[in-house]
Design a protein around this ligand. Sequence first.
Ligand code: SAM
Length: 361
Amino acid sequence: MASEQMVHMSQGQGETSYARNSSFQKAEQNRMKSLIEAVIADLCGSSSTLLHGKVVIADLGCSSGPNALALVSTAINAIHSQCLHLQQPPPEVCVLLNDLPDNDFNTVVKSLVTLRQSKDPVVLTGVIPGSFYERLFTSDSLHLVCASNSLQWLSKAPEDLTRNRIPAFDTDEHVRHERLPIVREAYAHQFREDFTLFLQLRAKELVSGGRMVISLVGTRSNVIASKFFLFPGIVAQILSVMVTEGVIDKEKFDSFYVPVHGPSGEEVREIIEEEGSFSIREMRVHDPTTEMNTALSTPRKFVNNLRALFEPIIVQHFGDIMDEFVRTAELHWSLDPDGSLQEERARTSRATLVVSLAKVS
Ligand SMILES: C[S@@+](CC[C@H](N)C(=O)[O-])C[C@H]1O[C@@H](n2cnc3c(N)ncnc32)[C@H](O)[C@@H]1O
């Protein structure tokens, strides 16, 4: 069964690393820019009494590569411009980057050193390894929390499925269709638990009036239209072909769960309102089809993107089956015999959800 430690992205700078295959996620980070700038304008505004000369910013699920520092850099640049505009001295800035312990923190630390040298008001930087489903920071210590493309990762596979040995993706298409509502409900339930916990924990760590800007991969509506959520669905399809070819064992496949859930905007809104620690300042739902089509436009890009996101979790569960996985995935892309990949893309109504939140005092 999947544990948190396995869901980190592919490390390093190689061809299949997350660092080299995250342009799609980069586009999604860009959509957060104006919201982060608006938050900084509020926090640093002349009437704000929140900062007391210092601002602590954390990025949760930063991964490694060019995206790791993108959100905090946006915030720091906004602090600079805001203070220049108001002709006031910039606050001291502390930047903290979090991800799971197996993340490629070596690369992250080097870029943090560069950030500290190049940006005037940054006085302190640090990495905080650990799960964002646990306490990471001291109480009332953060002013701004950012998280991009990470909160769709669950803390674990849905217990309702693992306990009852229900496969997430049955190789029998008929059974799979029959079970889809149960499977989706189990994932939605796990997401609700995890996201509620995330909000509770961050509410403890943020100062009163503190802010969060998060983006996550979701779906456009609550309708269960999809065979399965896009990327995990494609990975499961490829692995199921490998089961029929006898490359992997069916029992092993049946106990493989990708702990990812793509919630709808309504799901996210409902959980935030029920949990009650935050008010929603703004929520945007974007259609990422253009970026997604670019990211998946050739077999090489398609496979590298899948490997960057899922290789660690696949290898952990099945052992080193990556050569076979790559061969099957390339074939899947180029043959796409029943148009299922296109169909999957169209049906999932994938969306990027971007939410700006303020801690309720
Ligand atoms: C798709 S990457 C996004 C990275 C970066 N924020 C971006 O937008 O490109 C998702 C990241 O979330 C991290 N992650 C997943 N679950 C996590 C958890 N429970 N705690 C901390 N980080 C987690 C993964 O390790 C991974 O680096």
